[in-house]
Every structure is written in structure tokens, then in C-alpha cells.
Ligand binder design. Structure first.
Ligand code: SIN
Length: 314
């Protein structure tokens, strides 16, 4: 055995923590350190042990009362992705649901569209050149204050099936890194540029002055759970400040591979018509799978403005 291998046995460097969800759990009000499946106002069925849950027995077409809202916010902090089936919502009900979490966000690409600035149309047909979100990303991280949550209401699913959305747990993505890598990343910031997806991938014409471009910490702290999050995504993040270009590309490429190829990070939402899914952009990424060409899929999304992402140093 080579001396380096003796000094650094595989068990020291390669093993992931057995219970990564619990290992970093801070004692903070609002998040008990483990998820519960017991809420007074509705039933809940987890999609995976750590990410995503279906909520039953809650009608979102009527306003929620205070007790329901408190449970909803707790379930959102616990599960990060919440799926509501068989909801019949008009736009006002959809927006009211978004406003339970904050002010509504206007998408940068909506500047060129007529219609409701609070609603982002998510529509793919046989004529589409692309489908929005077909790659791992967090919504609109090019904004100085990116949306904390998005709520997508799908009313038309492809007749052949498909069109699922994958989600990744970015708490766990951080927790599965080695302590040395966690420590290194915590001191870094990265550039998130709207031109990368909106011009580079979607070929849209930018507004005067261009799409937003902002910097955020590479590791953020979720404002409600206090947990650390790996906060770079392949759609918007273009480079890590302070590193050489090749270093930045190699490191980002490795992190994107980690996010895309670690199955235990992932949950999958299979849509049915009249499903609303709410996700937390502060601690998840998602990927809309375009596997249904030439069939169609239609939905509308509202997003909610959050706070500027905060790093480990505050
Ligand atoms: C998105 O909001 O990124 C689109 C997600 C989807 O269509 O499933």
C-alpha cells in the first residue's frame, strides 16, 4: 500500500455521513431538526425521506385560516417541495396561495410579454424551441433578491405521459461534501447571470440594460431553518469569484455533476392535471424533463420574492 493511502484511508475521505440530514441540524425555532408527517390541518405523504411531500385534504380554492397557514409554513420548512392534487384554481386563487409566502415576483422575461406580470406561462408544444427549466436550476438566481418560492399549477399534461419535474435537496448536496470542501466553498461568492439561460439557451432579446446579473454566496444559510445550502446552479452561475477561469470551471462542473448524478438528492413529481407544486428555491433545485415531444404541457407559475441570499458569515 502506498504511504499516502495509509495516511488517508478511504474510509476517512470517501464515506458520506450516514444521517446527513441530522448531522447539521441546528436547534432553531421553526424547524425541529427532523421533519414530521403529522400536521393538524392536513395529511401528508412523503415523496422521499428528506425531500418532497404530497399534501392531502386541503382545498386551496378558498382562503386558508391561520391554523392551516401555520401548518402549511411548517410543512414547507420541513419538506421544501409540497404537492397539492386535484386543485381547481383560477388565477386569483393561485396568486392568493403565492401571497401566503410573500409579495409576488415578476419574471425578467415577462418584460416582453403582455398579460399578467405576476403569472409566468409554462407552455410546451410541438412548436416549442425549448421547454423552460429543462436543466438543473434554481429560479431566477440572477436577481439580486431571487424568488424564495415558486408555485406551478399544471392543468395540461402530455397525453403520452412524461413531463415530470425532478427536485434536488441542496441542504443534502452541501452536507454530502467533505468538511474540507464545505469550508473552502463557504468563503466564496459566485456570479449568476440571466443572459446565460435567457439569451444563451432561450435566445430571447434582452431588455434595455440587459438581464440581471448578481453575485451570491456559494454556500448560503436558509433564513428559516438555519441550515447550510449549496447555492450554485448550472443555469445561471457563470463563475466563482477569486478563482482562475479554469479553476472556476472545474469546480462548478464538479458541483453540477454532484447535483445531477447523486440519486439520493432527488425527488420526482409526476404531474396530473390540476396539480399545484410549491418549491423552496432557497434549498432546492429542479429540472423539468422534456421527454414528451411532440405532445403538449401547460401550466402557470407564480413566484414569491424573498430576501437576498445570506452567506455563512452573515
Ligand atoms: C420551472 O419553473 O423551472 C419549470 C418547471 C416545470 O415546468 O416543471
Amino acid at each position: 500500500m502506498a504511504p499516502e493511502e495509509e495516511a488517508h484511508p478511504a474510509s476517512e475521505n470517501d464515506e458520506a455521513p450516514t444521517h446527513p440530514r441530522r448531522s447539521g441540524a441546528p436547534e432553531r425555532p421553526g424547524w425541529a431538526g427532523e421533519q414530521t408527517t403529522s400536521y393538524a390541518s392536513f395529511s401528508i405523504e412523503p415523496l422521499t425521506p428528506h425531500l418532497g411531500a404530497e399534501v392531502g385534504d386541503l382545498d386551496l380554492s378558498v382562503p386558508l385560516d391561520d391554523a392551516q397557514l401555520a401548518d402549511l409554513r411548517q410543512a414547507f420548512a420541513d419538506w421544501s417541495v409540497l404537492v397539492f392534487r386535484d386543485q381547481v384554481l383560477d388565477r386569483e386563487a393561485h396568486k392568493r396561495f403565492g401571497r401566503y409566502f410573500g409579495d409576488l415576483h415578476s419574471h425578467p422575461m415577462n418584460y416582453a410579454r403582455t398579460g399578467d406580470a405576476d403569472i409566468l406561462i409554462v407552455k410546451t408544444t410541438a412548436d416549442s424551441a425549448y421547454t423552460a427549466g429543462d436543466g438543473w436550476h434554481t429560479d431566477v438566481t440572477c436577481d439580486e433578491v431571487p424568488p424564495l418560492a415558486s408555485a406551478l399549477y399544471i392543468t395540461e399534461t402530455p397525453e403520452c405521459g412524461g413531463g415530470d419535474t425532478l427536485y434536488a435537496d441542496m441542504y443534502l448536496a452541501y452536507e454530502l461534501l467533505s468538511p474540507a470542501m464545505q469550508h473552502f466553498l463557504e468563503g466564496l461568492t459566485a456570479v449568476h447571470d440571466g443572459a446565460k439561460p435567457y439569451v444563451g439557451a432561450y435566445k430571447s432579446t434582452p431588455p434595455e440594460g440587459g438581464y440581471p446579473c448578481n453575485e451570491h454566496p456559494v454556500v448560503t444559510v436558509h433564513p428559516e431553518t438555519g441550515r447550510k445550502v449549496l447555492y450554485v446552479n448550472s443555469a445561471f452561475t457563470t463563475r466563482i469569484r477569486g478563482l482562475r477561469k479554469w479553476e472556476s470551471e472545474a469546480l462548478l462542473g464538479s458541483l453540477y455533476d454532484h447535483i445531477a448524478t447523486t440519486p439520493r438528492l432527488h425527488a420526482r413529481v409526476e404531474w396530473r392535471p390540476n396539480t399545484l407544486t410549491l418549491w423552496d428555491n432557497r434549498c432546492t433545485q429542479h429540472h423539468a424533463v422534456w421527454d414528451y415531444y411532440p405532445h403538449s404541457r401547460y401550466g402557470e407559475r407564480v413566484s414569491v420574492v424573498g430576501d437576498a441570499p445570506r452567506g455563512v458569515a452573515g
